[in-house]
Design a protein around this ligand. Structure first.
Ligand SMILES: [Zn+2]
Length: 147
């Protein structure tokens, strides 16, 4: 046993290999209060925009409902249905993003922002500054997408 330990010490890298990965904590993964406040600002601003967007889409949908069937020819009706479905999809997407933003803010407030929900490792500041809503690190995200 002793000789084996000595041997791995001599070969060097073997011992530390595996503990140093792209995911290991570095200073760039530590968020300052200012940086967190900035991300929070961005998320809040986006929530505002999304609220406006959802409201606009819903108003449009309601208006579409009111004028429905008022002597439309079939092609017109088809285009309207398409427009409506697109509007509904956009609204659903906006609501989804809104919920994600709210979750990210809750995580900032809880002090768990930037931790991968799957493997509990730091997501990485660079990734979060590009995608502030990210809840998974790149590795976990890729694994999920492959499923
Ligand atoms: Zn992960």
């Amino acid at each position: 046993m002793a000789t084996r330990a000595a041997k791995s010490a001599i070969t060097g890298n073997a011992v530390t290999e595996g503990s140093v990965t792209e995911n290991s904590v570095t200073t760039t993964d530590i968020w300052s209060a200012d940086e967190l406040a900035e991300v929070r600002e961005r998320l809040l601003a986006e929530i505002d925009e999304l609220h406006t967007e959802i409201l606009r889409a819903e108003t449009e949908l309601a208006a579409g409902n009111a004028s429905e069937g008022a002597g439309d020819d079939p092609a017109d009706a088809g285009a309207k249905t398409y427009e409506r479905e697109r509007e509904i999809a956009l609204t659903l997407n906006a609501r989804d993003v809104l919920a994600q933003n709210e979750r990210a803010i809750a995580r900032i407030d809880a002090g768990t922002y930037g931790v991968c929900e799957s493997c509990q490792r730091p997501i990485g500041k660079e990734r979060l500054q590009a995608f502030p809503r990210a809840t998974l690190c790149v590795a976990c995200k890729q694994r999920e997408e492959r499923r």
